[in-house]
Design a protein. Structure first.
Length: 309
């Protein structure tokens, strides 16, 4: 009895900690501009994940990240931070909160399996714990991959209209930095993600960083191929002195064509994706609704004929 009470108390505390971690991670996101400017001013634009992790949280979070780094998790922390950045989550404490949440989720699954398998033999316990270990490790990573994909999709969907507007603004005679800042102001309510990325690039250039390096960091933060092509086009146009407004107009048309093709491909895949739910759920229910009344009527008639005999 006491063991069950202790387990449920521990499970409740773990779930509460997970909810707190998720709320803190997906709460109102800070603009990445502040972090970028701080790193530029400190002359540490690219810092190791360990140093960033130690100043990303406070107290317990700092100690936990230091412990993970000391245990050989430096590569895991660096990869996690890169994926958080590509998902648009760039708060200074995001890495610490995500690490705490993943560890708590891992411990909760393993503890729950041990509690449920307390009366079983060692082979059953081993199989259950192994399954929970795999699930506890893979599920948070899949959630993060999904967030990265959603953020990239939002950026790709925002690119055609934003690039088109950028070309129009450049055609009025504004410089590139002023045009990007103007476009980010106009698009902050429609496409806030891409607007924040443009604002970050402009502020980095204003802080004294080279424009090519600022665009390289934009590509590294987002990981979107279309943004990589856009950055290369802008850098080459600035280097060779060609007309950027005309190039952006052509590129915006190409982006719209790609977006339409992606939409058509998604529509084509929708029919295949709907096949399995239809076969597994809709067709059996349809058979039951259409055939069962007739079968019941036939059985009733058969019983009546047998009774009359």
């Amino acid at each position: 009895m006491m063991t069950g009470i202790v387990f449920f108390v521990f499970a409740f505390a773990t779930v509460a900690a997970l909810l707190w971690s998720g709320w803190r991670l997906f709460d109102q996101q800070e603009s990445p501009l502040e972090d970028r400017l701080e790193r530029l001013q400190a002359q540490a634009v690219v810092t190791p994940a360990r140093s960033r992790g130690r100043r990303s949280g406070g107290g317990f979070l700092n100690g936990l990240l230091a412990l993970i780094s000391a245990a050989g998790g430096e590569g895991w922390l660096r990869e996690t931070e890169r994926e958080l950045n590509q998902a648009g989550i760039r708060r200074r404490e995001a890495l610490a909160i995500y690490s705490v949440g993943q560890i708590l989720f891992f411990v909760l699954l393993v503890g729950a399996m041990l509690y449920l398998q307390r009366d079983n033999g060692i082979p059953q316990k081993t199989a259950g714990v192994a399954a929970m270990v795999i699930l506890g490790w893979l599920l948070p990573r899949q959630v993060l991959y999904r967030l990265v994909r959603r953020y990239r999709d939002r950026l790709q969907n925002a690119l055609p209209d934003t690039v088109d507007l950028l070309g129009i603004v450049l055609g009025t005679g504004l410089a590139l930095d002023q045009a990007m800042l103007r476009v980010s102001e106009e698009m902050q309510y429609i496409y806030p993600d891409l607007s924040a990325e443009f604002s970050t690039v402009v502020m980095q250039v204003k802080a004294g960083q080279e424009r090519s390096k600022a665009f390289q960091q934009l590509v590294r933060r987002t990981g979107v191929e279309d943004i990589k092509s856009l950055a290369a086009m802008i850098v080459q146009s600035e280097r060779f002195g060609t007309s950027l407004a005309q190039a952006l107009k052509v590129y915006a048309d190409a982006l719209r064509t790609r977006r339409r093709l992606r939409a058509e491909a998604a529509v084509g895949r929708a029919g295949i994706k709907m096949l399995f739910p239809i076969v597994l759920f809709i067709l059996p229910a349809l058979f039951v609704v259409t055939l069962v009344p007739g079968l019941l009527s036939v059985l009733r008639d058969l019983r009546g004929g047998i009774g009359a005999r």
